[in-house]
Design a protein around this ligand. Structure first.
Ligand SMILES: Cc1cc2nc3c(=O)[nH]c(=O)nc-3n(C[C@H](O)[C@H](O)[C@H](O)COP(=O)(O)OP(=O)(O)OC[C@H]3O[C@@H](n4cnc5c(N)ncnc54)[C@H](O)[C@@H]3O)c2cc1C
Length: 445
């Protein structure tokens, strides 16, 4: 009996999700061609992009672990054990992320992570990487991928049995899917944009602030955060409205900038010697939530990562969710062999509602981070969560911990957190009632 012909895969996008998917398919022996818009970052020059560093946590690490890459990536990471809040008066408060230092998130360089993944994908004989190749369109039913070379302008068409779309929030493959009846799509822009700034390393690569923390300057309608880099510097990201009295639009001169920073981030200013240059040279990025469905078409096309579901970055889960998509696809490959229709359908079924819930969580967490993290009420709530988690480690797990340190589906984590909170409130009310009744009885005796 003739053996079944192995499908040929084209992956559009050699970013983080795309190069991890190439490793998964390459390790299973499939023939894969990856077409990436940008040049080969292994040849030098990591391009500017969405963010210089990323917080990588359990779901992302598990996605890397399946193809043996977790340790190589974590070797370059800076662990962050908690959030350090910077008040306007310069006072600091630290909130640990987990119950002990092993529960941390990891600051990794986006460029270094992508290089590690591309190098790993390139070790598989059946995987070929092609750079400076822009996908301009796709024939979903026919399997044709239309490409334009970014340097020569040359156009060509390649054929694939299966197309994996990992070309990010503005995916060309998803765009082709959007023209099909039954494909749903929405995009919502945030009123806030973001700009990256730098706190450089001190002498001998010393960190200018606590190294193993994610730093936050919560200022109600806006905020700045900083993640450590392995070279001793911090990458700061200012999240601020595009327009309005206090906004990117309002800063016209170096004087405007320094007045704003000195008033609102006084402890950061002395650590940012290149602030004016960084501010006026770096672009303002935009933040979008993209939802789409279904993420697949028969056994021909699958959307992964931001191409399927871009989310705002405030839960630090974007690429973790992208890597978990790839991991779930891998787990479905184990279950369904080469039945790609089943694999895609099941990957979508398992992931879709969860990533939608994550998108809402990320939007909500922006309000929490900028408005609440500095308040006493928030600090007490976090303390109470930690105490309850320590006393009842199996029963009470804070939502952040479930999302960040486990692979519990996001929807289940959210409903479990609601139940936990209801029980805690009911216990607190009962304790107050019983206490009041006891005092009343004692007084009446
Ligand atoms: C400011 C900011 C901070 C963030 N911080 C975090 C964080 O701390 N933790 C976290 O988990 N997530 C974070 N994220 C989210 C994370 O960056 C994304 O979820 C992640 O980059 C998605 O990876 P991806 O590979 O799916 O898409 P992308 O990273 O967008 O990669 C898509 C790739 O496809 C290529 N491409 C695009 N179009 C084409 C085309 N037409 N043809 C060929 N190739 C194409 C691109 O060049 C790119 O290489 C952050 C995002 C932002 C904006």
């Amino acid at each position: 009996m003739a053996s079944k012909k192995q499908p040929h895969f084209v992956i559009v996008g050699g970013g983080l999700s795309g190069s991890l998917a190439a490793c998964y398919l390459g390790s299973a022996g499939y023939r894969v061609d990856v077409y990436e818009l940008r040049g080969d970052m292994r040849a030098g020059g990591i391009p500017g992009g969405k963010s210089i560093n990323l917080a990588l946590s359990h779901r992302g690490i598990e996605g890397l672990r399946r193809v043996g890459l977790a340790d190589a990536v974590l070797a370059h990471a800076v662990p962050m054990h908690g959030r350090t809040m910077h008040a306007v008066d310069g006072s600091l408060s630290l909130q640990p992320y987990g119950r002990d230092p092993s529960q941390c998130i990891n600051s990794v360089s986006r460029g270094q992570l992508n290089i590690t993944l591309l190098e790993a994908a390139d070790t598989y004989d059946s995987v070929s990487l092609h750079f400076n190749e822009k996908c301009t369109d796709v024939d979903i039913d026919g399997g044709d991928v239309f490409l334009e070379h970014m340097k020569t302008g040359e156009t060509r068409t390649v054929h694939a049995d299966i197309i994996i779309s990992a070309d990010g929030a503005f995916s060309a493959v998803r765009h082709a899917m959007q023209r099909r009846v039954g494909f749903n799509y929405s995009q919502n822009w945030l009123e806030h944009g973001f700009k990256e700034l730098v706190i450089p390393a001190g002498a001998d690569g010393a960190f200018a602030m606590e190294k193993n923390a994610l730093h936050i300057w919560p200022r109600h309608s806006y905020m700045m955060i900083a993640l450590p880099n392995a070279d001793g510097s911090f990458t700061c990201t200012l999240f601020w409205p595009f327009k309005g009295e206090s906004s990117f639009e309002a800063i016209k001169t170096e004087g405007d900038l320094m007045r704003f920073f000195t008033k609102n981030f006084p402890d950061a200013v002395p650590l940012m010697p290149t602030l004016p240059k960084d501010y006026f040279e770096n672009p303002v990025g935009a933040l979008v939530t993209v939802r789409s469905s279904p993420w697949y078409h028969e056994d021909k096309v699958l959307l992964l990562g931001d191409a399927a579901h871009a989310i705002v970055p405030f839960y630090g889960q974007g690429i973790n969710a992208g890597f978990e998509d790839v991991l779930v696809m891998g787990e479905c490959m184990d279950r369904f062999g080469d039945d790609w229709g089943r694999i895609f359908e099941e990957t979508h079924r398992i992931r879709k509602d969860n990533v939608d819930a994550l998108a809402d969580l990320a939007l909500h967490n922006f309000i929490e981070m900028r408005d609440n993290t500095g308040t006493r009420r928030f600090l007490w709530r976090k303390k109470l969560e930690r105490v309850l988690h320590r006393i009842f480690p199996k029963w009470y797990i804070p939502l952040y911990s479930m999302a960040t340190f486990t692979r519990m589906p996001y929807t289940r984590a959210i409903s479990r957190a609601k139940t936990q909170d209801r029980v805690v409130i009911a216990c607190a009310i009962s304790a107050v009632v019983i206490g009041a009744a006891t005092v009343w009885q004692w007084v009446m005796r």
